[in-house]
Design a protein around this ligand. Structure first.
Ligand SMILES: Nc1nc2c(ncn2[C@@H]2O[C@H](COP(=O)(O)OP(=O)(O)O)[C@@H](O)[C@H]2O)c(=O)[nH]1
Ligand SMILES: [Mg+2]
Length: 328
């Protein structure tokens, strides 16, 4: 900090740092700029403040536009890939680090406090498909309603628990109770139709498994989760557990991948069709084309059927990794 700044400057800067909204920051920043004497020694500071001003002005304009145009900013994120999973947990449990470790996304580095209050989306490759992950602000008394909207709208929740915390049980229950207050109930891979609010399929993930004592805390967590959800322990620093975490994410989505080929032609591995578990051969045909769904007579299946290339009827349920051939 350059010398010769008036004492009010320090006071005002403290207020600037404590300010919560961009609007508030903008006002204080203008005050701050007026307090800087104009001479050679403060030139760098003035450039820096001007840069912040421009950024804040852009930010407030963007937010106002969003508010005016379509209400709350972030409560819907377009689904991409095989399914959408939200990363949910208490502050500092390692959500953003996980997103950065398994996708190409770069969770925002916060220059201002509010800039961390945004969802970040990344695509996580799993075998031959991609799973969409959404990094969210933490669950706390400050959590904004759009965070819960995103959780309600996603396909499944990854509930993240910090294994470096002495209070894993309490942390886990606190996270659940924040969700409960928002009328979101986490369920295992078989959704239960009873109970209040929205039921969301979930997996539990213990993070920072590399720290001392994490294994012991993880087994305490396993006892508590008690077979309710599947659980994996992982570390973004050592990379252990990441492969298992991806498998669990795929499983919790409850989808199957199906490949197709034309009769008489060799199988060329391409992007699979992704459908809900329980889908039939006819559902697959409909995904390809309505016309095909109407006119095919039977299909041959390689994979789940008893015999390779077995002829199956329209209501045959496909399994993950099945290869299908439609006959008209
Ligand atoms: N030891 C260890 N620290 C981690 C790991 N993942 C994240 N952290 C640290 O935990 C802190 C919080 O991480 P962050 O991803 O920002 O958490 P978030 O607030 O939940 O998004 C940071 O200081 C990270 O460096 C991990 O696997 N092992
Ligand atoms: Mg974060």
């Amino acid at each position: 900090m350059p010398a010769n700044l008036p004492p009010e400057y320090i006071q005002t800067e403290l207020r600037f740092r404590a300010a919560k909204t961009p609007e508030e920051k903008l006002e204080i920043l203008k005050e701050l700029m007026s307090l800087v004497p104009k001479h050679k020694g403060t030139e760098k500071l003035r450039v820096e403040l001007k840069r912040k001003l421009t950024k804040l002005q852009e930010e407030t304009q963007r937010q106002q536009k969003k508010k005016g145009a379509r209400g709350p900013a972030y409560d819907h994120i377009e689904r991409e890939g095989a399914g959408q999973i939200t990363l949910v947990g208490l502050p500092n449990c390692g959500k953003s680090s996980l997103l950065a470790a398994v996708t190409h996304a770069k969770p925002e580095i916060a220059e201002y406090p509010f800039s961390t209050f945004r969802p970040t989306v990344g695509m996580m490759p799993f075998e031959d498909i991609q799973i969409q992950l959404i990094d969210l602000p933490p669950l706390s008394e400050y959590t904004e309603p759009w965070v819960y909207s995103l959780i309600r709208n996603c396909d499944a929740v990854a509930l993240l628990v910090d294994l470096s915390s002495e209070t894993v049980e309490e942390d886990y229950l606190t996270a659940l109770s924040w969700l409960e207050r928002a009328r979101i109930r986490l369920v295992g891979s078989r959704p239960d139709p009873v109970g209040e609010g929205v039921a969301k399929r979930a997996v539990a993930l213990g993070l920072k498994h590399d720290v001392e004592g994490a294994e012991e805390r993880c087994s305490r967590l396993r006892d508590l989760v008690g077979g309710e959800f599947e659980i994996a322990a992982l570390s973004t620093i050592s990379g252990e557990g990441l492969a298992e975490m991806k498998r669990l994410c795929f499983r919790v989505l409850q989808v199957v991948r199906v490949y197709t080929k034309k009769p008489g032609q060799p199988f060329k591995k391409e992007q699979p069709y992704v459908l809900p578990v329980g889908s039939t051969v006819t559902d697959v045909a409909r995904t390809i084309h309505q016309e095909l769904a109407e006119k095919f007579k039977y299909a041959r299946v390689w994979g789940s059927a008893e015999f390779q290339g077995q002829r199956v009827e329209r209501h045959y349920r496909v399994q993950d990794s099945d290869l299908l051939e439609f006959h008209e």
